[in-house]
Design a protein around this ligand. Structure first.
Ligand SMILES: [Zn+2]
Length: 111
């Protein structure tokens, strides 16, 4: 795997973690933040199969839009790739970071 820019931001005030660069804490609004490493593996927390995409996502459909739980404090919404059978995806499926897309952001695939 290539070296990925995979940093999150943790709020020093309330401890909230987001899996992207932000200027203010989405939870409490503090700007007292620091960069923290984010796990590259996780499990599907919730997901939906998107049959009709729009914009640059149109050609991708059907695809899986999933909420991934990286650890108990960190969840993010992402797109899954390399899914050969949509029926096999379920809550708890283990996934890993595949790449960072310029438009979409982090993309995961099943392990
Ligand atoms: Zn905060």
């Amino acid at each position: 795997m290539n070296t990925l820019e995979w940093k999150g931001t943790q709020c020093k005030e309330c401890g909230f973690i987001v899996a992207e660069d932000v200027l203010d804490c989405p939870s409490c609004g503090s700007s007292n933040l620091e960069s923290v490493p984010i796990p590259e593996t996780g499990a599907i927390y919730s997901f939906t199969v998107v049959h009709v995409g729009f914009g640059y996502m149109a050609e991708r459909a059907p695809y899986i839009l999933a909420i991934i739980e990286l650890n108990p404090a960190t969840k993010l919404t992402t797109v899954l790739e390399d899914v050969s059978d949509l029926q096999k995806i379920k809550i708890g499926t283990q996934v890993k970071l595949k790449r960072i897309d310029d438009q979409i952001g982090p993309i995961f695939s099943p392990t």
